[in-house]
Design a protein around this ligand. Structure first.
Ligand SMILES: N[C@@H](CCC(=O)N[C@@H](CS)C(=O)NCC(=O)O)C(=O)O
Length: 263
């Protein structure tokens, strides 16, 4: 009996000596540099970093000013698009840079073991919906937004309809998938984080989401998470500081639209 007690207390001592999980472990990590501007693609990563409790340092990339074309940024993200990250504690303890939001989410999922299941069947499901977002929902909703917010409607009716129809079709697919489910795959994952910002953007298009009640409920469910709140708010003030002056707007358009290869 006495030896059993002794063993128990030794076990308890051993447990107490272990470094605390979570914040204490995170405190030792060097911050990940997050190259970011507050847009649906940027929010994917700020949400994931917040969910994982990873320390990070914000490196704003003002895409309206053309900061995505600086040689320093292109060395990290050759596609002149944000988001991108630099993790000083990458594989083998060496720094690594990652561009493309899907690749960043997978990297962070593998690094932390969070929101990206290790079980191959579950992982395949997450990958399916992640790629569905990066190859479908994102580009289609992005083009629809362009024709909705920036292009003249007159003369562009065909493009407007094409991208809105395709986004509508994708919302139907997502609505069906979410029938009887809280999240796109078993539990909250990087696939949900990838989709959320675009759905939040679409929610501002008239009453489009009213046709897709499962998508709307999913959006609100994720919106209620504290990490979503923080990730979604990150850098909002940077965009709000931008001048609304028509001249400044014209300058932003010149930088963002009509880009061609820089050979
Ligand atoms: N496929 C990229 C898309 C990223 C993207 O389109 N980012 C936009 C902002 S949402 C950007 O950086 N635009 C800068 C530009 O158009 O020059 C990803 O998923 O990371």
């Amino acid at each position: 009996m006495a030896s059993k007690k002794k063993a128990k207390s030794q076990k308890a001592k051993k447990k107490a000596a272990k470094p605390a999980a979570g914040p204490a472990r995170n405190a030792k990590q060097r911050p990940i540099a997050l190259y970011y501007w507050p847009t649906p693609n940027g929010w994917k990563i700020s949400m994931m970093l917040e969910e994982c409790g990873l320390p990070y340092e914000l490196k704003p990339v003002n895409i309206g000013k053309g900061e995505q074309f600086t040689p320093e940024f292109l060395a990290i993200s050759p596609n002149n698009r944000m988001p991108a990250i630099v993790d000083p504690d990458g594989p083998g303890g060496k720094s690594i840079s990652v561009f493309e939001s899907g690749a960043i989410l997978q990297y962070l999922g593998r690094k932390t073991g969070k929101f990206y299941p290790k079980d191959e069947r579950k992982r395949v499901e997450v990958d399916e919906w992640l790629f569905w977002q990066v190859g479908g929902l994102g580009p289609m909703a992005g083009q629809a937004s362009h024709f909705r917010n920036y292009a003249r409607r007159e003369g562009n009716e065909y493009a407007y309809k094409r991208y809105h129809d395709e986004t509508h079709r994708l919302l139907g697919v997502m609505n069906k998938r979410l029938e009887g489910r809280d999240f796109l795959t078993g539990s909250y994952s990087i696939a949900d984080m990838a989709c959320w910002g675009w759905i939040a953007a679409i929610a501002r298009w008239d009453d489009t989401l009213e046709e897709f009640p499962n998508v709307k409920a999913w959006m609100q469910r994720i919106r209620a998470r504290p990490a979503t709140e923080k990730g979604f708010k990150l850098g909002r003030e940077l965009r709000e500081q931008q001048s609304n002056d028509p001249k400044a707007d014209e300058e932003r358009r010149k930088i963002l639209f009509g880009q061609r290869a820089r050979i």
